[in-house]
Write a protein of this length. Structure first.
Length: 123
């Protein structure tokens, strides 16, 4: 007998090494570009996906459960969130020639978490 659970599959935050790879960034950028939203619409969608959609457990790359209530996208992206998103989308066509800068790694990690949540929901 199979028992259905309402819990979604856990999401694991990728390591900095994975996130900094140009091909990973290209793939991530393609996902956000393909949403076909403006920078502001994308930021609103990210907030909605992360905070207001069905929750699933999120673990950091060391296996520690993350309390989503302590994660603030505004702090991760800084003042100009739209610029970060629009810059990312530009890499959808051609992977960056260098690895992602360290200061952008945390942003990319959380963008990937949101992407994983969306994929689980069938978006």
């Amino acid at each position: 007998m199979t028992v259905k659970s309402n819990l979604k599959e856990p999401i694991y935050i990728k390591s900095a090494w994975v996130v900094r790879q140009p091909l990973f960034i290209k793939e991530l950028a393609g996902f956000y570009r393909d949403l076909n939203m403006s920078g502001d619409e994308t930021i609103d969608w990210i907030h909605d996906q992360l905070y207001f959609r069905e929750n699933c457990p999120i673990y950091d790359c060391n296996g520690k459960l993350v309390n989503i209530e302590t994660v603030f996208i505004e702090d991760i992206f800084g003042k100009d969130q739209r610029r970060c998103i629009n810059s990312l989308k530009q890499w959808a066509e051609k992977a960056p020639s260098q690895r992602l800068q360290k200061r952008c790694v945390e942003r990319a990690k959380w963008l990937d978490v949101v992407r994983q949540k969306a994929v689980q929901m069938g978006i």
